[in-house]
Design a protein around this ligand. Structure first.
Ligand SMILES: *Cc1c(COP(=O)(O)O)cnc(C)c1O
Length: 460
């Protein structure tokens, strides 16, 4: 498979180069040159890993062969605490929830990052190279990335988080990982300060090259690819095409679903669920893609206004015209509004995407309602999804199954769940001693020189 940039001016690359590069050098995102068609399952009794290998092989060949991919997937998904990896739970006549939170850090980001960490280490070992991954986190991504590469021989990882501004569970998931290559660093500043420091490190070419900086943020193609698998696996268990309801922030998750459908998975359509930061919902419903200031909500991993992965969908909407995509994104950056022709938008959106947004009050009522109806706890991100499923499902809903993606374990956001239900959800057994574990962290000033000196000293 060859990969092309959404801005049309970067060299075509193979999978391994795309994995390590992250962003294309014209500022665009890499996408496969075409969408391969799914091959039928070799065995109806096959495991998640079996199907994952069949789905992903066309994207990674020839750089990674089938035996290696099987080995990497087996290792990655053995860290999940459920034999089905991403089990489906029925919650109503036509309603299902797919639990994507059985990985080590209790959020769906583990599905991608457990595999991507192993892929990085494999490709780097083959090339005799090392990298230092640096990133900023407000919570979920940092812990999933640290866990995904902990113990990798050829990768060091330094994650910056804002001192005192992550939840205790999130911080402890980063600071209690016992691996010599993983470092969580508290910055005396905000999440935006952390992001600015990371950007500044990447913009310092000499520093970047000396320390072989790399990133595993949500625009990395391999993360999107790994997520297409659970859409394929879930949709293939039903007799009728499924509707997926997706709590949405950076658009990576729902994009993976769209790709699964392009590949031929039996999927009817998608429902996007947002919180108050509803730019994507406004785009789908009214064609209004105007950025507004980010408002903090109970579902922080969806507190995003500019969804980076939307660029890949825009490229498709533009008939894969990189020049046009580039122009539209320049305009978006300048005036904060993206203009897409109404015909072009409706051709793409109608019959494929619907959307709804829910504020914090609606989210809390939904957590309470789900618990009262089913006895299940849902986290505030997942709750926007089940609320959207309630809105679009029922007697007037689609005839086939509706699958809401559960993106985090309720115990990852215990305060919101307790506020809604009066009950504090418990951490699963493998994390029940999280609050007794030894924390390893360091604190730095919000100062580029200090942070760079620290990263330099941590790079092996
Ligand atoms: C990251 C995240 C999301 C948003 O996913 P995107 O791929 O950014 O749309 C939703 N829920 C949880 C719990 C997350 O961690």
């Amino acid at each position: 498979m060859r990969y092309v940039s959404t801005r049309g001016r970067a060299p075509e690359l193979g999978f391994a180069d795309v994995l390590l590069a992250g962003l294309a050098n014209d500022g665009g995102l890499y996408v496969p040159s075409h969408w391969p068609k799914l091959t039928p399952r070799r065995s109806s009794a096959g495991s998640y890993v079996d199907r994952a290998v069949e789905v992903m092989l066309p994207f990674v060949e020839p750089d990674i062969d089938e035996v290696t991919l099987t080995h990497l997937c087996t290792e990655a998904y053995s860290t999940f605490r459920h034999p089905a990896v991403v089990p489906l739970v029925q919650t109503g006549a036509n309603q299902w929830v797919q639990e994507l939170f059985h990985g080590p850090t209790l959020a769906f980001k583990d599905v991608a990052l457990q595999l991507v960490g192993k892929m990085f280490d494999h490709v780097l070992a083959q090339r005799g190279q090392r990298v230092t991954i640096v990133g900023a986190t407000s919570g979920d991504t940092g812990s999933a990335a640290i866990d995904g590469v902990s113990g990798c021989d050829n990768v060091d990882i330094v994650i910056l988080y804002p001192l005192g501004r992550t939840s205790d569970v999130q911080r402890r998931q980063m600071t209690t990982v016992d691996a010599p290559n993983a470092h969580a660093v508290a910055v005396e500043g905000t999440f935006d300060d952390c992001q600015d420091l990371v950007k500044a490190m990447f913009n310092d070419a000499a520093f970047r090259e000396r320390n072989r900086l790399s990133a595993v943020n949500s625009i990395n193609w391999a993360r999107v690819m790994a997520q297409t698998v659970y859409y394929v696996v879930a949709s293939e268990t039903f007799a009728e095409p499924a509707t997926f309801v997706v709590p949405t922030g950076n658009f990576g998750n729902v994009l993976a679903g769209w790709i699964a459908r392009e590949m031929g998975a039996p999927i009817r359509d998608f429902v996007l669920a947002s919180n108050t930061n509803d730019i994507l919902t406004r785009f789908v419903n009214d064609g209004d893609m105007t950025a507004r200031p980010v408002e903090p909500t109970l579902s922080p991993s969806m507190d995003i206004q500019v969804s980076s992965n939307f660029e890949r969908l825009l490229f498709e909407m533009n008939g894969r015209d990189g020049g046009m995509t580039s122009e539209q994104l320049d305009q978006f950056r300048q005036v904060g509004r993206l203009d897409v022709e109404p015909d072009q938008r409706s051709e793409f959106v109608d019959g494929t995407f619907r959307a709804a947004a829910f504020d914090d009050d609606a989210t809390l009522s939904e957590i309470e309602r789900v618990h009262a109806d089913t006895g299940m706890f849902v986290d505030p991100h997942t709750a926007t999804g089940t609320a959207a499923a309630r809105l679009f499902g029922g007697p007037d809903g689609p005839p086939g199954p509706m699958v809401t993606l559960a993106t985090a374990h309720p115990a990852k956001f215990p305060d919101a769940v307790e506020q809604a239900t009066g009950i504090r959800p418990e951490l699963p057994p493998h994390l029940s001693d999280l609050f007794d574990r030894h924390e390893r962290t360091q604190t730095v000033a919000n100062d580029l020189d200090e942070v760079q000196a620290l990263v330099e000293s941590l790079t092996r």
